[in-house]
Design a binder for this molecule. Structure first.
Ligand code: MN
Length: 326
């Protein structure tokens, strides 16, 4: 596995090849915006491109994929590129393709590399895609969809430019992107202010069922398969639940747990920190990863109660250390 420089990536992308772009599972605006931005770049140089993801795209984000079906169809491609993918497991059911990935473009500081890679620790992966187009000197030749895609990625991973990962470079790029007359307000409305009925129901259930630990500094919501079935919800409807439980005043760490449908002893863990507590490090200790303030992993547990108590045990010390100023 080799680190690529921007020159090498740029010259590779100029070469016309049929290309498969892989997104991470549970696709978010950054992985989709990066993939569709990269697709525009590759198409500019004559490549044919298919974007694939192990999971379905939530309705709210379909504007980013033009409603395309992202199922991998088993076809052969001359080149495979992964975007915003931090580890093979992040490819979900497409992880069997990880050894065939030619290179990965990613911004995660904690990752498990599986191919040649081009990495920068920007706030979003979409920023790297924008920089590549800049390096290729083709920004003036690209259609508006390129700018919409990369803007959505940047806005998505920065919580609409509110998170601590935003720096002046992020804003300078966003500013240059907006100059291309995209409807940024509409993109943000679709990402942040538009919910399906099922997502609103999931939000209500989240508030009703959230639990607080560690003197109300650790908020946890656990969705079991039973809860999902009873309310007719799928994992697609649960994408935003973590943001509801992190908003409670005094919460330092928020954790959502989702029981797996294929393996009921497995729970997907998603974490957010409201303070300087490295949840990425905590997740890495149990085989996951991500960023300092946003990370994920999976745990095994016999019951919902056991899953929650495992999470409490994981975060107990980092939270106490932070509170005690260590
Ligand atoms: Mn990302």
């Amino acid at each position: 596995m080799r680190r690529l420089n921007s020159n090498e990536v740029a010259s590779e992308l100029r070469i016309k090849k049929s290309t498969l772009i892989l997104c991470h599972k549970s696709p978010d605006p950054d992985t989709l915006g990066s993939a569709y931005g990269l697709k525009v770049i590759l198409e500019h140089f004559g490549s044919s491109v298919k974007v694939s993801c192990a999971d379905k795209v939530t309705k709210r984000l379909m504007f980013l994929t033009n409603g395309e079906d992202l199922t991998y169809n088993g076809e052969k491609y001359e080149r495979i590129v992964a975007v915003d993918v931090a580890s093979p497991s992040q490819l979900g059911e497409l992880s069997f393709l990880c050894e065939r990935v030619d290179f990965t473009i990613d911004h995660h500081s904690m990752c498990e590399r599986f191919s040649d890679y081009y990495e920068k620790h920007t706030a979003s992966c979409a920023e790297i895609i924008y920089e590549i187009a800049e390096e290729l000197n083709i920004l003036d030749k690209l259609p508006i969809s390129f700018f919409e895609s990369v803007y959505a990625g940047i806005s998505g991973d920065t919580g609409c430019f509110r998170f601590s990962n935003v720096n002046s470079e992020t804003l300078i790029k966003a500013s240059k992107i907006i100059e291309h007359n995209i409807d940024h307000a509409e993109i943000n409305r679709k990402i942040f202010d538009s919910k399906t009925k099922s997502e609103v129901l999931a939000q209500r259930l989240t508030y009703e069922n959230m639990e607080l630990y560690e003197d109300d500094t650790l908020s946890i919501i656990c969705f079991t398969n039973e809860m999902k079935a009873k309310n007719n919800l799928t994992d697609l409807d649960l994408g935003d639940i973590i943001n509801h439980i992190r908003g409670l005043d005094g919460v330092l760490v928020a954790v959502s747990l989702k029981q797996s449908e294929s393996n009921t002893k497995k729970y997907a863990v998603s974490c957010r920190a409201n303070a300087d507590i490295d949840v990425g490090l905590v997740c890495a200790q149990i085989g996951g990863g991500g960023h300092k303030r946003a990370a994920g992993a999976s745990i095994e547990a016999e019951s919902k109660e056991e899953a929650i108590s495992k999470v409490v045990n994981l975060f107990n010390k980092p939270i106490k250390d932070f509170v005690n100023g260590k």
